[in-house]
Design a protein around this ligand. Structure first.
Ligand code: CP
Length: 325
């Protein structure tokens, strides 16, 4: 076990949002150490079981979190929780629909088989109040008796944001890089979880965060925090060190598409405005909709490195949680 596991032993009891800056710093350092030597703590998770419940699809989160657990010697059980039968989350309800099991029983049952539970649950994009209460993951937390890890909830994706921060730390050329979160078009209405979380983590780190999007796409103010917001994408890109592209649906006119302006796609011409910025995206990405082939295939693109860092981000988080067991 590395020394870095000790300072935050009482501070990370689950992982559903950004922890405090000192914990973030420890997680980044631990993740970078694991990248150099992935098996240094291969006994830490012996005889421990991670159960991953996916209520929505995943490629990166599913595989990287499993790989992280394997690196720590854990066993992993991975299920698509909405296949077979659906879970009921509402209380005081007559269960005569297609939902066969209530979260009250399911969370307690799964807790008997798991040392940690990871959950992916996307928002409805129809009920803002319920989505922004992070209803599903908080229901699990209410009834589970083991730590819960967000694999992307209605409003946050902390494992992605930690991997993104690790990637920025590895590639930054100055102490306080200018990081631009830019909206980009997409044919479907997508959640705000990735941009919310990215802004939350950047605000807690040593970065100058600028958020740019068309009118009608302002994120929840709690996530925007101290970031500068501009509707002028070209202005935002000037002297940027990192361009982080993502589509999201409207928060104000909740869950709707307000614009599909193709001029917001990240192109080589736009990247030329930057300080030779790196391009980032969490993936999956729609080529020549969100970003041009030329940009994503360039040497400035970090999208594959981000997905690699998903393993070490998850490993650092699991190690911290295991050290608290
Ligand atoms: N970035 C990300 O979370 O990818 P998946 O949806 O494939 O897990």
């Amino acid at each position: 076990m590395t020394d870095m596991l000790h300072p935050t032993m009482t501070q990370l009891n689950d992982f559903t949002k950004a922890p405090e800056p000192s914990v973030i710093k420890t997680l980044v350092e631990q993740a970078i150490a694991y990248k150099t030597n992935p098996f240094q703590d291969k006994q830490l998770g012996a005889n421990k079981t991670l159960v991953l419940l996916f209520l929505n699809p995943s490629l990166r989160t599913r595989l990287s979190t499993q790989k992280a657990a394997i690196n720590l010697g854990m066993s992993v059980i991975d299920i698509n929780a909405n296949e077979g039968w659906k879970l009921e989350f509402e209380d005081n309800i007559i269960m005569n629909s297609d939902k066969a099991e209530h979260i009250r029983e399911a969370a307690q049952v799964i807790s008997q088989y798991a040392d940690f539970i990871g959950i992916r649950s996307f928002p409805s994009l129809t009920d803002q109040e319920k989505d922004y209460s992070d209803y599903v993951i908080n229901k699990f937390k209410s009834f589970a008796s083991v730590p819960v890890i967000s694999l992307e909830s209605a409003i946050r994706h902390p494992l992605q944001s930690l991997a993104d921060l690790i990637t920025i730390e590895e590639h930054k050329k100055n102490h306080r890089p200018k990081v631009v979160l830019t909206w980009a078009p997409h044919p479907k209405a997508l959640p705000q979880a990735v941009p919310n979380s990215f802004a939350e983590w950047m605000n807690l780190s040593d970065t100058e965060l600028v958020i740019t999007h068309p009118k009608g796409y302002d994120l929840h103010p709690d996530f925007v925090g101290n970031a500068q917001v501009t509707y002028n994408q070209a202005e935002a890109f000037e002297n940027a060190d990192f361009i982080y592209a993502k589509n999201w649906s409207s928060f104000q006119d909740y869950g709707t598409i307000k614009s599909n302006d193709t001029n917001w796609m990240v192109s080589s011409e736009k990247m030329a405005l930057t300080n030779e910025a790196y391009f980032m995206h969490c993936l999956p990405v729609r080529r020549n909709v969100i970003v041009s082939d030329a940009v994503i295939d360039s040497k400035q693109s970090l999208v594959i490195q981000q997905s690699e860092n998903r393993v070490y981000a998850a490993q650092a988080v699991l190690a911290q949680l295991l050290s608290n067991k």
